[in-house]
Design a protein around this ligand. Structure first.
Ligand SMILES: [Zn+2]
Length: 469
């Protein structure tokens, strides 16, 4: 892993920020960020202004003349080109799936010679015959370097595709709405994940369910990453070497947040993947993380499961969303097991509770601090209050993780911020900031709203910086 500021993965923006072809199956959502929408609106407007102003004689009344002209121009120069764009996007998505390369673009480690080892990423195409996964050629786009041994260890268990029947049918047989894994996740996972799973289980249509699986996958990737990052950040003790490689991992995340595109789904999975090296040499640094990042005889690891879901997310983002309820149901059946396995693999999250501090007061007699906090676990929006006595003070209204060694701050990765759009506090995660000064942009887990914070911008910039080699 290089420490140079990395190129953000060229994966499309997160679905909650921009959904391709989400409006009338033609335009991207939000509309104001879609050039095709502006083109359509522009033609309509220009025609509406130009026709009444013109002096050509017409047998029709002016309003009818204008209406017909607007419709003609909008369809001809707005809707038709947009429809062509949709066809091209679908064609590109289909072609991309046939090629043995990932949608994700270059990963953080690209340019690093050691990368060829990651040839069999699960982002591999889903149309390859199941019998040949191991003879598949190396990806053109190298992924982060990793040691050969864990990779070979994982290889037999890797899912080879999103479309093929997944080799973990044990969990794939029951519908997601009644899945025991999902029920446990709603009860025990950090709130953003639990809430996303709740949304998934309450989805009314299969299309909603499909979107909810993909959203939950991204939220799980973010939550696992920020939890690991917070624990690494909180590490002050331990060996010097552990501190050093932990700092290097954090500096990678810092670079990703300072990069132009900010952090995407791919940023988080790539970062988790790069952590494999770290946990191989420091298995106890983040409790439970090494179990998550290495597959076993029964299932592939967390990163591989998340990458399989990310491949599907990219497929949808490239215009290949399910067109019918039946297709959506089929695709949910294909990707659901990956989400369940990812949740099982991310079990370490259930053992590192998220807290939102309410108050912290010094007790002179015992020289300790009484802390009151919300327990931000599970899908219920009314968090339980809990009380602690800690030897050191904590900031209030800040997210912490209750590590076995003590609380560690989730700031600047996660924050409770006032969202101007919905006029209430929202749990947000950092997506990007600028290099030298300026606020950080955070997104709310629940609605994808963007909230800015000047303090967190400074805090992200003061994360450990990598030494440029
Ligand atoms: Zn909001």
């Amino acid at each position: 892993m290089t420490d140079a500021p990395r190129v953000p993965p060229s994966a499309p923006p997160a679905p909650r920020s921009k959904r391709r072809n989400a409006v009338l199956a033609l335009y991207d959502s939000p509309l104001y960020r879609d050039w095709a929408f502006w083109m359509t609106a522009g033609w309509g407007l220009i025609t509406a202004v130009a026709i009444p102003a013109g002096d050509q004689p017409s047998s029709l009344p002016v309003w009818l003349d204008t209406l017909l002209a607007v419709l003609t121009f909008v369809i001809l120069f707005g809707v038709f080109p947009t429809w062509l764009r949709l066809l091209i996007r679908r064609w590109l998505a289909r072609r991309r799936r046939r090629q043995p390369q990932s949608f994700a673009g270059p990963s953080p480690g690209s340019g690093d010679g050691a990368a060829a080892e990651s040839a069999q990423r699960p982002t591999s195409p889903d149309v390859l015959p199941p019998s040949q996964p191991s003879s598949q050629p190396a990806h053109r786009q190298p992924s982060s370097p990793q040691t050969p041994s864990p990779h070979q260890h994982r290889a037999p268990a890797q899912p080879h595709s999103v479309q093929q029947p997944v080799p973990l049918t044990k969990y794939g047989t029951e519908p997601l709405s009644s899945s025991a894994v999902l029920a446990d996740a709603r009860r025990m996972m950090p709130h953003p994940v639990a809430r996303a799973i709740r949304t998934l289980q309450q989805a009314n249509t299969s299309k909603e369910q499909y979107e909810a699986v993909l959203d939950a996958a991204e939220i799980l990737a973010i939550s696992a990453s920020v939890t690991a990052a917070a624990v690494l950040q909180g590490k002050t003790g331990g060996s010097v070497e552990s501190d050093e490689s932990g700092r290097r991992s954090l500096s990678t995340l810092r670079s990703a947040l300072l990069a132009r595109g900010g952090a995407t789904f791919g940023t988080w999975t790539n970062w988790l993947e790069a952590l494999r090296l770290f946990v191989a040499s420091h298995p106890g640094a983040v409790p439970g993380l090494s179990e998550a990042l290495y597959g076993d005889a029964h299932a592939a690891d967390l990163v591989d499961q998340l990458n399989a879901l990310r491949t599907e997310r990219n497929r949808a983002a490239h215009g290949d969303r399910p067109q019918s309820a039946g297709e959506a149901t089929l695709r949910v059946t294909e990707i659901g097991p990956h989400l369940e396995q990812a949740l099982i693999k991310a079990k370490f999250l259930t053992q590192l509770p998220w807290l939102l501090t309410i108050s912290c007061s010094y007790q002179p007699r015992s020289h300790t601090f009484d802390v009151v906090a919300h327990d931000v676990m599970g899908d219920h929006p009314d968090f339980e209050r809990c009380e602690f006595t800690w030897p050191n003070p904590v900031a209030t209204d800040v997210f912490y993780i209750l590590n076995p060694e003590g609380p560690v701050s989730l700031s600047p990765f996660v924050a409770s911020l006032f969202c101007p759009q919905c006029q209430q506090m929202e749990v947000c995660y950092a997506t990007r900031t600028t290099k030298n000064s300026g606020p950080a942009a955070l997104k709310s887990f629940a609605r994808g709203h963007t909230v800015h914070s000047a303090d967190l911008g400074d805090e992200i910039r003061s994360l450990p910086q990598g030494t440029t080699r």
